[in-house]
Design a protein around this ligand. Structure first.
Ligand code: C5P
Length: 293
């Protein structure tokens, strides 16, 4: 694999944890907790000054509600024929990603959606029909787009990767009561720093995947988080997503996002048995409320 160009100017100045390999699940979760994962608020600049701040929701995602059990559903092809749908739906909150459908896949992925975490392509490319599709209605939404590693919000506002702001503010005007948030892009790099701090080799200089950001968001809000087919189970195939036929093993192992690093660390934070992880495809992580950090 070719090394990625450092498009975002990632320059890790932290110190790698020399004892990373022997950290417990709790220690790693406590370190992830220290990463700042936040969504933008009415007071954030430059939005406040240019009159756009008022369009951000006044409360945190879910109105700051917390949950007992949460399911985070990675979109991997190996969810097909898993029959995990009913189990996924039994959680208090279910997180899905981008345009991953439930219709026609209920048996394997369930039908309940509490939150969708969206990359900025979904907001800005017509094929996703972000404004028209029922897939994005009546649920909580959090969208992300990368900034430069050392960039501030003003720099990001002036040069996002995709035209995320037009789509975001247009929708906020149309649906002002919707629970729709923008992730502070420095959260991506804060989580990236966590990945690099606990990895001996150099981590790809690109943002973490939506899947790992979804895990980080929910650990703060759920007593426990079950993560489906993020660490590949024995059902693993080359199929990229359960909902389309593209075959590309890099979807699972990572070529652009530092997916392999994310998955190795997620596995180390897991409390479920090998049978749960590798036969059934389910990781169980303790939410931050269950830790003594
Ligand atoms: O491809 P997409 O980003 O929409 O998938 C949502 C998330 O599911 C990814 O960000 C990644 O974390 C996870 N995923 C995975 N293995 C795949 C496909 C997706 O772990 N084969």
């Amino acid at each position: 694999m070719q090394r990625a160009a450092n498009k975002y100017g990632v320059k890790f100045s932290g110190r790698r944890d020399q004892a990373a390999g022997s950290r417990s699940a709790e220690e790693l979760l406590c370190a992830l907790r220290r990463a700042s994962v936040r969504t933008l608020t009415t007071a954030d600049e430059p939005f406040a000054t240019i009159g756009l701040g008022k369009y951000f929701p006044s409360a945190a995602p879910f109105g700051a509600r917390t949950f007992n059990s949460c399911a985070v559903v990675a979109s991997a092809g190996s969810l097909l024929n898993s029959a995990l749908g009913a189990e996924i739906d039994s959680h208090d909150a279910v997180v899905r990603f981008n345009n991953a459908p439930t219709q026609n896949y209920e048996l394997d992925v369930g039908s309940k959606t509490t939150l969708r975490l969206l990359n900025s392509r979904v907001l800005s490319e017509p094929q996703f029909d972000f404004l028209g599709s029922a897939m994005y209605r009546d649920i909580s939404l959090v969208a992300w787009d990368p900034s430069r590693y050392d960039g501030d919000l003003k720099q990001w506002y002036n040069s996002p990767d995709f035209p995320v702001f037009t789509a975001y503010f247009e929708r906020r005007l149309m649906l002002p009561d919707e629970d729709f948030h923008l992730l502070d892009p420095s959260s991506l790099w804060s989580v990236w720093n966590f990945l690099q701090t606990h990895t001996y080799t150099s981590v790809l200089p690109n943002p973490p995947s939506s899947g790992f950001m979804g895990i980080a968001l929910m650990l703060e809000r759920c007593d426990w988080v079950d993560v489906y087919e993020f660490v590949p189970s024995l059902r693993m195939t080359k199929r990229c997503h359960y909902y389309d036929t593209e075959e590309n093993e890099f979807c699972t192992l990572g070529a652009w996002h530092p997916l392999a690093t994310e998955k190795l660390l997620a596995l180390r934070m897991n409390h479920a048995s090998d049978r749960e992880v590798f036969e059934r495809g389910v990781l169980r992580l303790k939410g931050y409320s269950q830790l003594e950090c």
